[in-house]
Design a protein. Sequence first.
Lengths: 226, 231
Amino acid sequence: MAYAEPVEAPMLADQPLTMDELAKVIARDIPEGAFANLGIGQPTKIADHLPTDDQGRATVILHTENGMLGMGRKAEGDEVDPDLTNAGKVPVIETPGCSYFHHADSFAMMRGGHLDVCVLGAFQVSERGDLANWSTGKPGDIPAVGGAMDLAIGAKDVFVMMSLFAKDGAAKLVEACTMPLTGVGCVSRVYTDHAVFDITPDGVRVRETYGISLADLRERMTIALH
Amino acid sequence: MGRTALLETADEAVAGIEDGATVLVGGFGLAGMPFDLIDALIRQGAKDLTIVSNNAGNGEVGLGALLKAGRVRRVLCSFPRQVDSYVFDELYRAGKIELEVVPQGNLAERMRAAGAGIGAFFCPTAVGTPLAEGKETRTIDGRDYILEYPIKGDYALIAAQTADRLGNLVYRKTARNFGPVMATAAATTIVQVTDVVPTGDLDPEAIVTPSIYVDRVVQVAARHYTVEGAR
């Protein structure tokens, strides 16, 4: 059969998305029943938008690398328990069916490829899926990696959530990362405020855009977009 | 009767830790940090210590206090730089402390290997990154790995919730974190708990750290720690 010409990535919003709106888009793409890790910082917002069943229970099971599956929302008031935090050291609550385990087990779970998806922030991503998110490489910075390198190579799908352009206007999805790498060829999809990109063996494909046309996106970026 | 010593005070529990010792310190931030044992170690006076812990102290409590007291020569950790790690930051910037940054999972697995008698292992984490520089690499079934060596402690200082009088341990929620791994990886494992129960009272199916890994136990008051202090 004859294939239609590829449809140009649709522009789905008049404006670039806020990080909250982007979190909602990512939540939409995490399948029900998945085991997911939402890292620290911005990606933790995704938890607020995950699908729930008819009893209001989340249908995605969240992993936190400090040793828990079935992590619940941020704790409020009397729920705060210093022995129960997420990877960002923010107090959280349990969900029914949650479990605890020690650090070696938690990272074996990750490194062993058992997690379906993790979502990480990034300074830069290369068109081959290399990730730079742990060190700016500036002299005098104190290096700190945490679980970033373990997460980058561990989950079946590694999604990045970031703003597309740095403060100086340069795109952060680049031909090759100039900052120190966290992982090589590990990112499968990049969610940004201006567009969503798939990293494929044939190059970077634009899935959808927000407040910018594909033509304008090509203008502002240095890599080839398919 | 078991071989595990049940001691009256945290000071007795940390007796004998030598200058220059490698000490594994449990905790992820403040959760699971053995505050009473660290405070006792500060009073005990051992110096030139190598500390293995996930972080490099928060505020001036626990590990932060040990660093501030100037007892630590070297830190192996995954995430030293935090909003409240100013004690470490100043020591590091002044060149008064050495740092080896280790990916969090490698930190845990290297201690697991030490406790499990593994000589070294090939690990995919950090391949192609600055933290792999100088490390032996191998391609196995088409995937690249780097060789990682065990981290063994002279002592482990950890916190658990409950011990029985034999030294079997149960932890509490995410405060479990590094405790069970560190307990296996040190020559002498010292544990602070808030509850001690008669032998036989813990459900054998629910014991997380079997007593074989535990050398000294001390019961301490349950306290709620923040970076501002205990209450």
